[in-house]
Structure formats: C-alpha cells, structure tokens
Design a protein around this ligand. Structure first.
Ligand code: S3P
Length: 428
C-alpha cells in the first residue's frame, strides 16, 4: 500500500486515537491468567495485539468480541494454560514474544515461539538470560538469543535481577515469570521504563511492590478478572501532536489519552521545543491516568533528548526527529542505541528517509543530530516495514512542499488501524 500525503495548512480539530498497544497486550495476557472474565474496552485491534490473542487461543484461552473495540477474555487462572500443539507465531510483535516468554517460563510444558523476519533479528537473549537463571530451559538460534525459540518451563526460583537495559519488555517478562517463582523476585533497571504490567497486576490483585526503578513481585497470589478500559495510545497521539505542534496556529485536542508518567516524554520534549500543551479532564482508569491533550502549534526550537528521558519516549523518537526537522537550530538525541533493535533500525531508517526530504541529519551509534529549520521537499519514502517510520514520514509529508509518498505503508496496521483516515480528516 502507498500512502500519499500533501503539504498541509493549519490543523484545527478534535480527535481520538485507538487504544494503547502496551496496555492492550497486557489485558490479553493478564486476563488469560486471571480467574473469571476480563472485559476490555477500547482494545487496540492492531495486528500486534491480535497476535497476542492468537497465541493464547493456542494455549486454550477463549475470547469473545461483543463489539468492534471490545474483547472478553475468559481467564483460565494462573495454572490453566495448556501445551500448544503448534508453534506460537507472534508476527511482528516484540511485546508478544518477550512477555509470553516470561509466562511460558512458568508453565510445566513445552512450547516454541517464532515471528516475522524482523522479530527473528531482534535480541531475545536479554529476556532468556534471567529466565534461565530462574530455572527455565530455553534454546534458540545463536545460543538461544534469536527466535525461533523453544521453552520448557516450570519449577522456577526467584532471583534478584539487575537489568542492563531500561526495557519494559525485559522487566515484564521477569515479573510474569515471578508470578510462578516460589518467593519474591526483584527487578532493578537503570532507568524506569513503562510500568503498565506493574499497574495492571496490582489492579487485578497481585502482590507487587514498586519503588521507582525497583519492582518486587511475590509468587502465589491469584489474579481476579476485572473490567479494563484501555486509554488512547499516546504513542499514536504523538504523530498528530507533532503535526499540530509544527504547524503554527494549529490547535488539536486528542481525547482520553493515556498520560502515564513513564510515557509522557513526548509532552516534555514538545514543551521544551516551545509548544504549549494543555492537559484537561484528568482521571484514573484501572490504575492508569488518562486525560485530553490539547496542542497549540507555534515556531519550534531545537532541544536535547538523552538519559532517563529516553525510555519515556522511546517509540516517539522517529516522529520527534520530524519535529526537529521543522524546528530552528539543532536537536541532539543521544543514549538511544535501543532504537537500532526496534521493528527496524530506527536511527538509520529515519536518517535515510529525512535526507530524502532535504533534512540535514548526522547519524551516530546511539542517536542523531538534526539541523532543523530548512525547507522540506516532498519525496518518495519507504516504510522499512516499520509502522512508526511510515507514520513519521507521513507527518513529515504534511510539512513538505508538494507530495510525499510512503511505500509499503500497510505496516501501519500493526499499531494504528485508521491512521490514514484521521490524517485525511485533519488536513483536507
Ligand atoms: C513496550 C516496550 C518498549 C516499546 C515497545 C512496547 C511494551 O520496548 O518500544 O513498543 O509494551 O512493553 P522495550 O521494552 O524493548 O524498550
């Protein structure tokens, strides 16, 4: 699929975006492990979350779908999964494979996991290592660090794990395995990453303690199914936030978005670039803060993004580079080497694609410097089969003279079905 985008005038609108991808995955997984029913509203029907559902169906969990964006998870309890009779295929979803690894480590059966070409290149050793220490038997390509992976779980023991990376997927896998380890598992990360697993586990009744970047999970407590409302995904909202921020005179409100502080780095960065952002109607749903985000566009200026801010906006960096291209002066991004092991190498993908539009970019091993403020010219861009690269280049297309085409744009459905329709409604 090719996505065509033209230079846009001011944006003046109110929209909503689909449900949060991270929270949707966790609702499927924790709902499957809970006793009773978990009804999930505003569930993200993106390809990644559907992969999570498909994997749990293969382990004997039943799902219902009473309407377009609602699912019902009929939980089997902590010990109610059954051995899948075929390979579990996670498609393009890093969250599915890594979080499921933690759950499978606790099951006393055999399973195998694989995914698409991108998943089969992404590092799994960072998850396998702590799970091996807990007692799971895991193997795979390259010494167990690449999918396809095989797991024989059960009989886990608790560990104290110091994670070398600030990764919610690694942290969550160890927390989920911790539900099955006899005693208390402790996880410490260099910087606090998104904490949706911790919040949903606490909401469903697990014995979990969180102190900044340290999590302690006690095995043994049952989870109870409860209703979950998934907030709008701030990572999806970010594309339109940047579009409105970069077009002076724009005013855009995005309703009922998740504003969990581990995810709001995009708000901090846009404010530091000179954007006025107002948050209204704040409330908490199932342990997660939500609110309406109103963005007022103006001239942007360059900024520096590094350190503990990185995990708070890791998925938004591609679109932040687009804001940086529109901003006066330099934007420096460093400490972001994790971008190289996402759905694509997002440092090189964004460098290559922005240069096609005429942006002056320096590429580094752990980030980029974007020399902003120059004129952008429409071009033919490539998605690199990465949903966030495709959507970021679509936003860049709104700011570029003439027409921009994004090829292989069907990957957008991974996280944001309906993106093109919202984009069109904003600009034409
Ligand atoms: C996610 C965690 C992040 C993020 C990904 C979703 C999650 O990955 O990039 O899109 O749902 O836990 P890492 O944990 O590898 O940083």
């Amino acid at each position: 699929m090719r996505l065509q985008v033209r230079y846009a005038g001011k944006i003046n609108n109110q929209i909503s975006v689909p449900g949060d991808k991270s929270i949707s995955h966790r609702a499927v997984m924790l709902g499957a492990l809970a006793n009773g029913t978990t009804t999930v509203t505003n569930f993200l029907m993106g390809a990644d979350c559907l992969s999570s559902i498909a994997c749990f169906k293969k382990m004997g969990v039943e799902f219902g779908q009473p309407d377009k964006n609602t699912i019902i998870v009929k939980g089997n309890g902590l010990y109610g999964l059954r051995e899948p009779d075929d390979v579990l295929d996670v498609g393009n979803s890093g969250t599915t494979i890594r979080l499921i690894m933690g759950i499978l480590a606790g099951q006393s059966f055999f399973s195998t996991l694989t995914g698409d070409a991108s998943i089969r290149k992404r590092p799994m050793g960072r998850v396998a290592q702590p799970l091996l220490k807990m007692g799971a038997v895991i193997d795979g390509r390259q010494g167990g660090s690449l999918a396809p992976l095989s797991i024989r779980g059960g009989h886990l023991k608790p560990i104290e794990f110091i994670s070398p990376v600030a990764s919610a997927q690694v942290k969550s896998a160890v927390i989920l395995a911790g539900l099955y380890a006899g005693g208390q598992t402790e996880i410490r990360e260099p910087y606090k990453s998104r904490d949706h697993t911790e919040r949903m586990l606490a909401y469903l009744g697990a014995d979990i303690q969180v102190n900044d970047n340290i999590v302690k999970i006690m095995s043994g407590s049952n989870l109870e199914g409860k209703p979950v409302e998934v907030p709008g995904d701030i990572s999806s909202a970010a594309f339109f936030m940047v579009a409105a921020a970069a077009i002076p005179g724009s005013r855009l409100t995005i309703k009922r978005v998740g504003i969990n502080p581990t995810r709001t780095g995009i708000i901090d960065v846009l404010r530091s670039m000179g954007t006025q952002i107002i948050i209204q109607n704040e409330e908490e749903v199932n342990g997660e803060p939500v609110g309406d985000i109103c963005v007022l566009g103006s001239e942007l200026k360059g900024t520096v993004i590094e350190g503990s801010l990185i995990p708070r906006l890791i998925d938004e960096i591609p679109v932040i580079t687009v804001a940086a291209a529109a901003a006066l002066g330099e934007t420096i991004i460093r400490d972001a080497a994790e971008l190289k092991v996402k759905e694509s190498n997002r440092i090189s993908a964004m460098t290559v694609e922005l240069r096609k539009l005429g942006v002056n970019v320096d590429e580094f091993d752990d980030g980029m410097i974007i020399h902003g403020g120059g004129k952008l010219n429409g071009a033919i861009c490539e998605s690199h089969d990465d949903h966030r690269v495709a959507m970021s280049m679509a936003v860049a297309g709104l700011l570029a003279k003439g027409e921009t085409v994004i090829t292989n744009a069907e990957c957008i459905d991974i996280s944001f079905p309906g993106f093109a329709e919202i984009l069109n409604s904003l600009t034409y």
